[in-house]
Design a binder for this molecule. Structure first.
Ligand code: FES
Length: 110
């Protein structure tokens, strides 16, 4: 089974899912240190972590694996996996986190 696909379909906030468990090129909403975060693992294996709270008025963005974007279901704001705004009404980027600052970074598998 596709673990990432299951995550996207509903097993969000799984405390056991780590960003390095994601396949390259896949993203998901996960829990890091008890907080809901958006994780994307790029084609080089680098992990990008953002806060999933939309900077418009605070809905939870969802991963769009087709476009590799974070999309807000409330008013249509869209963000790059790095957090920058692609489309408003949001004006500010998603809060971004440096995953290398976190303890649970593991070595690359490539
Ligand atoms: Fe996300 Fe309005 S809360 S677009």
């Amino acid at each position: 089974a596709n673990v990432v696909g299951q995550l996207i379909k509903g097993k969000l906030d799984s405390p056991n899912t780590k960003p390095e468990d994601l396949a390259k090129g896949e993203g998901a909403v996960i829990t890091l240190d008890g907080h809901r975060k958006g994780a994307y693992r790029d084609d080089d294996g680098k992990v990008h972590i953002v806060d999933t709270t939309c900077t418009h008025i605070g809905c939870e963005v969802e991963w769009n694996n087709g476009d590799k974007t974070w999309d807000c279901p409330c008013h249509g704001s869209r963000f790059k996996f790095t957090g920058e705004v692609i489309e408003g009404p949001a004006e500010k980027p998603l809060q971004k986190y440096d995953y290398t600052m976190m303890d649970n970074l593991t070595s690359e598998d490539s």
